[in-house]
Design a protein around this ligand. Structure first.
Ligand code: C2E
Ligand code: CA
Ligand code: CA
Length: 576
């Protein structure tokens, strides 16, 4: 400030203080501007020059309007003046334009100053552009995925909601594509998360950024939702197939040549659903179906798929409870010697009674889900414990029973200490390993997992009989079979159907039986429903038979009547 008010000139004390104020004025970090009553700028400080780029000489005498950014409308200035006049001050965020042309955001406080009847306006501006940027970054990160920078779930729903609103007004369709990589988990598990992450980044750069006309969001993991912008484009089906084709290529990641096909599920607004949440869920369900049908394909949502998914959800939500409240029970299906028709064994099948799911839920439906939930070990231990308690009761009552067969999922062996738990449980009921048979499916065995094969060999060494379940469906080779620790084959029930018509089934069953007899492996047929089937098995030399023709799986008290009959293959001397 260069002009001293006249009254100060003769007062050195005041003059000193005035100088001090001048220093403060210049040194402060905030930009300060003083105007007269007509809004002509009469003074600015160094910080003003630093922030705005204008030297004092360039602005003195000018109207502050020269900083105007164009970002504020008339009502903004009206409110500003109203406050200033009524309250004597105003504060708020203001966008200004610097001399160089860029905009900056300031927190401006303006107050009215009256000195000897003169009115001045003093504006102090704190630069908050940085704050604004970090606020923006925060907002950006709330709506974007950190790894790929793609919009995230929140942004997806925001965008989709808006698109549905527009489509609703214009009476148009919206397609939601749910895309999931087919072998991402395998890549992650075998090559590490870093490779997995880089693969995702490359996919975004090389596939999604190529299709800029589509909105792509990452839901997490390897799940993406794509909403094609349709205007001028041909067909939804072409777009979805286009994505399948885009993934028929390799990605170079840290020296690895990686391939990953994708499965895509599609749902439509308004025919399938009219909310964002439902559309995404239905597309997800259709994607699941695409996986089940063999992956690397597109599947369109159909209402029946929601029914299956619902059932799955219900099972998931009820099963944990079922484990703890004792809703899980075991049934017994007897097996018979084909030549003598006497009881030769029994298979234990788990049953779950759930009133809210229409009564008995069959294991074929819930076992795969329970495996997915990671609860199969607990279920297996529960089944074995119940079984041992029942066997102990029979023994105490003086009843004899044949070989008792249990089904074991490979997850029970892979993920836990199956052998230790098995031994612990049966020993706590004073039962012996040679009273039991363990059934494992052929397809599981064919994976050739070392832990599984080792555990089965150890079980066999303890005296447990090892059986291959659902034999004939896993395409195992003969040489492979001979190396397995296996004493029994269960021919899958599929092969027992259509034995009389011109199918290959009769030939296959004869071959399996002959094969078993050659290798010294006992053969049992399951799913025997008719007299004709049994007669065929007799003629083919099959040792044992199990199925509805003889009996369905029964609760313990109903099964007991078979125990009083003559028995083949009793615990002391097995039939094979
Ligand atoms: P699986 O081991 O192949 O069991 C035979 C299935 O065929 C049983 O179905 C049985 O009820 C059914 N069945 C028996 N005789 C006939 C017949 O004559 N005709 C027809 N059409 N079906 C017949 P379920 O009880 O629904 O069991 C399905 C699968 O669930 C079983 O297939 C087995 O893999 C699994 N499972 C059952 N209990 C357990 C268990 O305690 N633990 C484990 N891990 N899996 C189990
Ligand atoms: Ca079985
Ligand atoms: Ca079976």
């Amino acid at each position: 400030m260069n002009k001293y008010p006249d009254s100060l000139a003769s007062n050195p004390e005041l003059e000193k203080r005035y100088r001090l104020l001048g220093e403060v004025f210049e040194a402060t970090h905030d930009s300060v501007m003083i105007t007269d009553a007509h809004c002509n700028i009469i003074a600015v400080n160094k910080a003003f020059t630093k922030i705005s780029g204008y030297l004092p000489a360039e602005v003195i005498g000018e109207n502050p309007r020269l900083l105007s950014s164009g970002n504020h409308d008339r009502s903004f200035y009206q409110a500003f003046w109203q406050d200033l006049i009524e309250k004597g001050s105003w504060e708020g965020e203001v966008w200004n334009k610097a001399k160089a042309g860029h905009l900056y955001l300031g927190w401006l406080r303006v107050s009215t100053l009256r000195i000897e009847k003169e009115v001045y306006y003093v504006g102090i501006t704190t630069d908050i552009t940085e704050l604004h940027h970090s606020r923006q970054e925060l907002e950006y990160s709330a709506y974007h995925d950190v790894l790929t920078k793609l919009p995230n779930r929140l942004q997806l729903y925001k965008t989709l909601d808006a698109m549905l609103e527009t489509a609703n007004k214009k009476n148009t369709q919206v397609a939601v594509l749910f895309l999931d990589l087919d072998n991402f988990k395998h890549i992650n598990d075998s090559l590490g998360h870093e490779v997995g992450d880089e693969l995702l980044t490359q996919i975004c750069d090389q596939v999604f950024n190529e299709n800029e006309q589509d909105f792509v969001a990452r839901l997490g993991g390897d799940e993406f939702v794509i909403i094609p912008k349709l205007s001028g484009r041909v067909d939804f089906a072409d777009i979805a197939e286009g994505y399948i084709k885009s993934f028929a290529r390799s990605f170079q990641v840290q020296g690895n040549e990686l391939y990953s096909s994708v499965s895509i599920g599609v749902s439509f607004f308004p025919s399938d659903a009219n909310t964002s949440q439902e559309l995404v869920r239905y597309a997800d369900i259709a994607m699941f179906k695409a996986k089940a049908k063999g992956k690397n394909r597109v599947e369109y949502f159909k209402p029946y798929m929601a029914y299956a998914a619902n059932k799955r959800q219900q099972i998931e939500s009820k099963f944990r409870q079922a484990l703890s409240v004792g809703a899980i029970d075991i049934f017994f299906q007897p097996q018979f010697s084909v030549s003598t028709n006497v009881l030769s064994g029994v298979e234990v099948l788990v049953r779950w009674y759930e009133a809210e799911l229409d009564g008995w839920v069959v294991p074929g439906e819930f076992i795969p889900i329970v495996e997915g939930m990671g609860l199969i070990q607990e279920l297996g231990e529960l089944v074995l414990t119940k079984l041992c308690a029942q066997m102990k009761t029979w023994l105490n009552e003086g009843k004899r029973f044949p070989l008792v067969s249990i089904n074991v999922s490979i997850f029970q062996i892979e993920r836990g200490d199956f052998l230790e738990n098995f031994v612990r449980i049966i020993e706590s009921y004073d039962l012996k390993p040679n009273m039991f048979e363990v059934e494992i499916t052929e397809s599981a065995l064919m994976l050739g997992k070392k832990k599984v094969l080792d555990t089965l060999a150890q079980l066999r060494d303890l005296g447990v009989v090892i059986a291959i379940d659902d034999f004939g469906t896993g395409y195992s080779s003969l040489s492979y079979l001979a190396k397995m620790p296996v004493q029994r084959l269960k021919i899958d029930k599929m092969f027992l159907q259509n034995l009389d018509v011109a199918s290959n089934n009769a030939v296959l069953v004869r071959m399996i039986i002959a094969l078993g007899n050659t290798l010294g492996i006992n053969v049992i047929a399951e799913g025997v429903e008719t007299q004709a089937q049994l007669e065929f098995l007799q003629s083919a030399g099959c040792a044992q038979s199990q199925g509805f023709y003889h009996s369905r799986a029964l609760p313990a008290e109903d099964f007991e009547r078979y125990l009083s009959q003559e028995m083949d293959g009793v615990i002391e001397e097995k039939a094979f």
